[in-house]
Each structure stands twice: as structure tokens, then as C-alpha cells.
Design a protein around this ligand. Structure first.
Ligand code: NAD
Length: 311
């Protein structure tokens, strides 16, 4: 990849991939679409969120999802469940939500992680695939793997959107994704390797057992870090001019101030002079994850009313 011709390159700092600004633009478009839906259907799209236990980070993610839903005119309801809940009870709750005991739910989202005694797979499988706005149901994972995506996991969709919006070419480029989780790395590998806009890349999916990770990442035109390890990606691991997308969210104590702050998996200050583009944490992938959730919820509502095809 050649160095990008932009002002940021001139002062040899990677251009910022501003996820917050893009999410704002996407929200404005979604708000208009939601109004059209509401005019037509005499009701608003509705998202039901299930939050188990008292994990502070999960509660804060849910809060920002509900605030974003409100901004675009999507109704949302939060159902809080005690930490001690058993798998069967949670599955039953989801079935009852789907059966409309909590009013019409276009989208149903179970905030992860669940307590370790709960069978996460059984709970996620209970969400009807046509309301699975997180895209974690096997039917949606299968559709994505066959190249006919319906609900795509929001973070993976957000990363692809960020690349497309910035005009970063993917076709024929080498994309290295570090982290193979079902919710981020794996679906993103399918999106970037798929056909069409934001796809057609040659993808390497690296993980904790990858030998000589630095050699692999140095060959990346597009490098995505989705691990959960602060400082994992150093400047030496990045090819000059590469697009670096940081999915990681890690809370660390700042040695300077002694206060907690959020950082990604990339050593931002060291990598920025090497990279062609770089996403910050916070303000990079996170806001896009939320925007994609809103888009999926509107889509789920449209599918339910038969206004749009499902796949
Ligand atoms: P996960 O824990 O499910 O998976 C981590 C992956 O990293 C695994 O595939 C593992 O093989 C790999 N890994 C671990 N150590 C490694 C190493 N030393 N070298 C290479 N690979 C290694 O994580 P996840 O749920 O995909 O989340 C990853 C990170 O992304 C976390 O920090 C999480 O908080 C963040 N996240 C952010 C968003 C967002 O909206 N920005 C959304 C989801 C997750």
C-alpha cells in the first residue's frame, strides 16, 4: 500500500478514523428513516435489552445503547435480571419477550458477558433469528458465512463501515485481524473476505496461538486488533501506511494521573506516526457498534412488517 495523500500524511501522522463523527452522520440518517417508519406504521421500532447482574461496564454499554436509541426515535426497554438467574429461566424470559408479553419487540439483545454459570450459547440461541439484532444466532452467522448477510454482528459491521467511509481500499489488500471471537474477529473476517464494497480482501485471522504475530501483522495493509490487551500492537508490528483499526476496550489506571481511562489494544501514540489511518479509543469503533445496532433494529422492525426482505 502506498502512503495516503492527505494532510495527515504530510505531517507523518496517521489520519484519524473518526468513528464518533461517522456514527453521528449515520444516526441522522437513521432518525429520518425511523420517522418514516413511525408515520407509516403508527408505532416506533422497539428494542428490548436484557441485562444480567451488576457488571459496571455492561450497564454502561447498555446505557449508551438506550441513549442512542432514544436519539433516533427507537423505543427501548431494559429488563434487569439478578446475577443468580439460571439458564432455563433466562431462556424462558427470552421466549416470553418474543411472545410479546413485553409488548412488540422488534429487536432482542442480551448484553454479554453472562455470569459463568449460565450457558451463553443456549441463551443466545433462544433469541428468534429475525429479532437477533446482535447477529449472534447460528442462522444469522450461517447467512453471513454464505455471503448473504442479514443481521451482522454490530462491531464487525462497524469496522467495515469505518473502512468504507474513509475510502480505504480493501479489494486485493491484505487484512490481518487479530482475535478470532465469534462476535468480532470471525464475522469481520467473513465481511472483509466477502465480495463487494468493503470486501474482496485477502484475510488472515490471527489469534493467541499465531506464531510470530509481528511478522504477520507487518504484512497487513489493514490491521484490526480485537483482543482486549492494552499495548499489544506496537509500532514495530505495523507496516508504514497501513490502516489500523483498534477494537479493544481496556480500562487502565493512568500512571500520570492515577485515574482510570479507556485504551485500545494498539499503542496509539507510537503507532500513529507509522500508520496511514488509525482509529482512536474511545471515539473509534465503539460508537459505530451502537449505530449498527440501531440500523439492525430498524431493519428488524421493517422485516417484521414485511416492508423489506429478510436476506
Ligand atoms: P475475546 O476475549 O472473545 O477474544 C479475544 C481474542 O484474542 C481470542 O480470539 C484470542 O485468541 C485472541 N488473543 C488473545 N491473546 C492474544 C495474543 N496475545 N495475541 C493474539 N491474539 C490473542 O474478545 P472479544 O469479545 O472479541 O473482544 C476483544 C476486545 O474488543 C475486548 O477488549 C473487548 O472489550 C473489545 N470489544 C469492543 C467492542 C466495541 O464496540 N468497540 C465490541 C466488542 C468487543
Amino acid at each position: 500500500m502506498t502512503m495516503p495523500t492527505n494532510d495527515a500524511a504530510a505531517d507523518s501522522r496517521g489520519m484519524l478514523l473518526d468513528g464518533k463523527a461517522l456514527a453521528g452522520r449515520l444516526e441522522a440518517g437513521l432518525a429520518a428513516e425511523v420517522e418514516t417508519f413511525a408515520d407509516l406504521c403508527q408505532r416506533r421500532p422497539r428494542l428490548v435489552v436484557v441485562l444480567v447482574g451488576d457488571v459496571a461496564a455492561s450497564a454502561s454499554y447498555v446505557k449508551s445503547k438506550q441513549a442512542a436509541a432514544a436519539r433516533v426515535g427507537i423505543d427501548s426497554e431494559l429488563i434487569r435480571v439478578d446475577e443468580s438467574v439460571q439458564t432455563a429461566e433466562l431462556v424462558d424470559l427470552i421466549r416470553r419477550i418474543a411472545a410479546e408479553e413485553h409488548g412488540a419487540a422488534d429487536g432482542i439483545l442480551v448484553q454479554l458477558p453472562l455470569p459463568s454459570h449460565v450457558d451463553e450459547r443456549a441463551v443466545l440461541d433462544a433469541v428468534p433469528p429475525d429479532r437477533d439484532v446482535d447477529g449472534f444466532h447460528p442462522e444469522n452467522a450461517g447467512l453471513l458465512s454464505q455471503g448473504r448477510p442479514r443481521f451482522v454482528p454490530c462491531t464487525a459491521a462497524g469496522v467495515q463501515r469505518l473502512l468504507i467511509d474513509a475510502g480505504i481500499p480493501t479489494a486485493g489488500k491484505h487484512a490481518v485481524i487479530v482475535g478470532r471471537s465469534d462476535i468480532v474477529g470471525k464475522p469481520l473476517s467473513l465481511l472483509l473476505a466477502g465480495r463487494g464494497t468493503g470486501g474482496d480482501a485477502t484475510v488472515t485471522l490471527a489469534h493467541s496461538r499465531t506464531a510470530d504475530l509481528a511478522r504477520v501483522t507487518r504484512s497487513a495493509d489493514i490491521l484490526v486488533a480485537a483482543v482486549g490487551q492494552p499495548g499489544l500492537i506496537t509500532a514495530e508490528m505495523v507496516k508504514p501506511g497501513a490502516a489500523v483499526v483498534d477494537v479493544g476496550i481496556n480500562r487502565i489506571t493512568d500512571p500520570g494521573t492515577g485515574k482510570g481511562r479507556l485504551v485500545g489494544d494498539v499503542d496509539f501514540e507510537a503507532v500513529r506516526p507509522v500508520a496511514g489511518w488509525i482509529s482512536p479509543v474511545p471515539g473509534g469503533v465503539g460508537p459505530l457498534t451502537v449505530a449498527m445496532l440501531l440500523a439492525n433494529t430498524l431493519w428488524a422492525a421493517e422485516i417484521r412488517l414485511g416492508h423489506r426482505r429478510g436476506t
